[in-house]
Design a protein around this ligand. Sequence first.
Ligand code: AMP
Length: 408
Amino acid sequence: MKVLVINSGSSSIKYVLFEMQDSKVLTKGIVERIGEASAEVTHSVFLKGEEVKEKYEREVANHVEGLEFVVHLLTDSKKGIIHDKGEIVAVGHRVVHGGEHYNHAVVVNDEVKARIEELIPLAPLHNPANLQGIEVAEKIFPEAIQVAVFDTAFHQTMPAASYRYPLPNELYEKEKIRAYGMHGTSHEYVSKQALHLIDKPVDDSAIITIHLGNGCSMAAIKGGKCVDTSMGLSPLAGLMMGTRTGDIDPSIPFYLGSKLNMSFAEIDQMLNKESGLKGIAGSNDMRDVLDKRSAGDKEAMLAIDMYVQRIKKYIGAYIAEMGGLDAIVFTAGIGENSDEVRRLVCEDMAFLGIDLDEKKNRERKAVNRSIHAVNSKVQVWVVPTNEELEIASQSRALLGQVTQKSVH
Ligand code: AMP
């Protein structure tokens, strides 16, 4: 049974084709610079387990042409993975914002599409492109079910005390201004993996998932359900990130406007694109910042201190909110690969029952692995995230619930 996962951006389409019997990636790739003079397509094939990337440069006028080219690559008579696009039974779409409507994945119908459109003001950069991806896939894969998997869905179990802002009620009631959280598919995937690994009844469990990529977020997960998360109405809130501030005093934008005469657009650009690690240390790439820090660069030292301090602050807050902690889970580019960041986050936390095994922490393996010391009360895990597999699994789960006729 084959499921295609699509992450459609404004000028790109990322795709992964899974064989669901063994959750195996058959092929994956990305079509970039759609609509420009020449688009770039990177398509991976796996030869004896080794990934081999093929690159194509060609004109791709729009998303329909982009996805048609992907189908051509998938079904190519010499190197293709499938004979016919009809073998794909479900297409799972990453959709950034599902608002308060969706706490789980859904099969796409007209109402779902209307809701994704309605939510564009909350995700102006992503929802339009996600919707476009769905509409294109409906045309190209008319036999498959289309499934929307929302990045906000996992966080919908948060209680009001976590998701409401102390603003006048009507801003929530009329405008739906509240915390939604992001990276939900990643937090869901790694928390499910961890809950299998920690050997504790799910109902009694309390875990913290820490997604540290270019964007960074954390989630407090009690009894298997998200009770708090660090991103808010938008992905700007919470931890310090590659280029985003995370939490700052909310009066700073007023100050920038009145004192420095900056426009909304300029402030938006500064807070989202020029801050975080980049703002303090000059690079949004954690590897560069760690290298500079090792070379004694003062700004890089400060950036890492700030980055780590904020993660610790959220760990403390979430332990207090959940009334305990069984496990911490690190994931995404930095969380999976930087033993130094993990070490610093867990440093001096033994009083909370968090004790790393330095040797295990330094091992480099792209598998689920524990890195805590034998006596550590809190388990610490590294779990490589796999948002695409989670989207594919949720899409397959919905296949059982619908007949294709009732969908189209
Ligand atoms: P992601 O958004 O999940 O792809 O993560 C991107 C971030 O992971 C970037 O800041 C990279 O610098 C960081 N990253 C990737 N590999 C490493 C590594 N070996 N050590 C430190 N950071 C890394």
